[in-house]
Write a protein that binds this ligand. Structure first.
Ligand code: BT5
Length: 335
């Protein structure tokens, strides 16, 4: 959206129900009234409902409930996000952010899309990305030693969980970086079981010798349920009596990713491990760790995560095992 439209939009917001005339807008922008009318038409095309009332001029009646930079930016509290790009659709926001990172985009760049045609999960899996979700990818340039970067996906997952908690739901984490919704809150699932996966995190990076050159942190969040629900997925709005505008949810998540990333940058994962443990769905549960070949690698009790983000499993023989993500699947052991 161009700068003049931004100015018009903020003037409309400020004027509220009183409205603002085309003449005043034209004068303050130094353009003709016809030019103002063109910008108003363009804003309407974005989904802004702008009424033209006789005497009052233009009145902003409703803003679109979609991911638009001019809806998200005013809601952000953190100054971390210096470049925000919103797209109606793209293949994968991670690819867009990676291209920007390779071209030198700074830390604090973020790309958000309302829909993805080729959303990716980890290990070549796909991420269903219909309209109604938030698909975002952030460019980070951590100074953390490379060996400790392995905890960063868990850090981002904590940020997403905090952002969703600020959006009035009770998220939980499933190691390493899946975010689940705990239905024990609003809907009152008597079993108190999480109703499904509401968000996932995909980190991609390029490394120099002992530092990451850039990290792209991709996050997909299910907000409004599509007509065809994805099996195993949870949708934020199903858990809310008063759903928030999607831009507000995005702003909460971005603010909290920025906050937790700053904590990680200053103090490492040590300061966050206890919070991760508290949010973890697996904490204290018996789990089975299975390699990609399907063979059971270990059984035991999940006992938190170590400073490298590995899941610590206490085995029946008293030995503990630290499990790295990427090469295992994990499920609660059925008794
Ligand atoms: C993830 O992978 O959970 C990481 C997802 C990251 C998506 C974001 S969106 C913005 C950015 N751009 C991208 O292209 N990707 C990132 P993983 O742990 O591998 O989980 C993938 C599995 O989750 C799939 O195999 C499905 O079983 C399930 N799944 C796919 N889409 C889902 C959805 N919308 N909701 C819940 N589960 C889903």
């Amino acid at each position: 959206m161009n700068e003049r439209r931004e100015v018009i939009l903020s003037a409309l917001r400020e004027a509220g129900d009183a409205g603002i005339s085309g003449e005043v807008l034209a004068e303050s922008l130094g353009v003709s009234r016809a030019a103002v009318a063109k910008h108003i038409t363009a804003l309407r095309d974005f989904g802004y409902e702008i009424k033209a009332a006789r005497g009052a001029g233009y009145v902003l009646a409703a803003v679109p409930d979609t991911l638009l930079v001019h809806e998200i930016a005013p809601l952000l509290r953190s100054g971390f996000w210096t470049r925000i790009e919103t797209l109606p659709e793209t293949g994968s926001t991670n690819d867009v952010a990676k291209t920007l990172a390779r071209a030198g985009a700074g830390q604090g760049t973020v790309v958000l899309a309302s829909r993805q045609s080729a959303g990716r999960g980890r290990l070549g899996r796909s991420w269903m990305s219909p309209d109604g979700g938030i698909y975002l990818s952030a460019v980070l340039r951590p100074q953390t030693p490379l060996a400790e970067i392995s905890a960063l996906p868990l850090v981002i997952a904590i940020g997403v969980a905090r952002g969703l908690a600020a959006s009035n739901v009770g998220p939980r984490l499933k190691w390493p970086n899946d975010v689940y919704l705990d239905d024990a809150g609003v809907r009152g699932d008597e079993r108190g079981r999480p109703s499904g996966k509401v968000a996932g995190v995909l980190l991609e990076m390029a490394a120099e010798s002992d530092r990451a050159e850039w990290v792209v942190a991709g996050v997909g969040i299910n907000v409004k349920a599509p007509v065809q629900r994805f099996a195993g997925a949870a949708y934020l709005d199903d858990h809310l009596i008063d759903p928030l505008p999607v831009s507000q949810v995005a702003a909460h998540v971005l603010d909290h990713i920025a906050g937790v990333y700053r904590e990680f940058s200053v103090a490492g994962f040590a300061s966050l491990a206890a919070e991760y443990r508290q949010l973890s769905l697996l904490e204290g549960c018996d789990v089975t760790v299975t390699g990609m070949d399907g063979a059971v690698r270990a059984r035991g009790r999940a006992m938190g995560v170590d400073l490298l983000g590995r899941l610590v499993v206490a085995q029946p023989d008293g030995e503990t095992l630290a499990v790295s993500s990427g090469d295992v699947t994990l499920r609660r052991t059925e008794h």
